[in-house]
Design a protein around this ligand. Structure first.
Ligand SMILES: [Zn+2]
Length: 179
């Protein structure tokens, strides 16, 4: 459920609470009645105010990486990627996550960390395999270095490595069954 839906639901609940209260309120002493009713109304108005402010200031877009709500005036980066037939990845990325320095590595750093042969990323980039990520700024040329975001390692290289692993297992199984 989105935060706006959640707030709308709370408002509806509050309204029905007030209605229910009206039914029983006639049996209560006037002073108590007054206090309870104003408390309920206050809470309802507060909710309405927050919802209004929220829908005015914020979009309903949420960052898939950090779960923060993205401001209306901020354009998130949308990544839609599918490695072959594996499950497609749809990500909405906020500005913070895109620029998070600790998530951006040079390829010499990323390759050993993911068990890739040195130069793999450079080669893949030249072959245009990383084009979608490059267009979004998740793979960047920076002087002599290529900088790559952790998201690319996770959405492109990890399924690729899993695929390779699976192929090796199948190959081993086949050679075993021949014996
Ligand atoms: Zn984020």
């Amino acid at each position: 459920m989105s935060i706006v839906e959640d707030m709308r639901k709370k408002i509806t609940e509050m309204e029905s609470t007030i209605e229910e209260y009206k039914v029983i309120s006639s049996k209560l002493p006037t002073e108590i009645n007054y206090v309870v009713q104003s408390l309920l109304n206050h809470e309802l108005n507060d909710l309405r105010f927050r919802l209004e402010r929220f829908t005015f200031l914020k979009s309903e877009k949420q960052c898939t990486q950090c779960n923060n709500w993205i401001k209306e005036n901020e354009d998130p980066t949308l990544l839609n990627f599918q490695y072959k037939t594996t499950k497609p990845v749809h990500m909405t990325l906020c500005f913070n996550c895109m620029s998070a320095m600790d998530k951006v590595m040079v390829t010499n750093e990323a390759e050993p960390k993911w068990g890739l042969r040195l130069g793999t990323i450079k080669q893949d980039r030249q072959l245009g395999k990383l084009k979608e990520f490059e267009d979004l700024g998740l793979v960047k040329l920076s002087g002599r270095y290529i900088k790559i975001h952790e998201i690319v390692m996770k959405t492109y290289y990890e399924p690729k490595l899993r695929e390779k692993e699976l192929r090796e297992i199948q190959r081993n199984d086949r050679s075993k069954s021949k014996k």
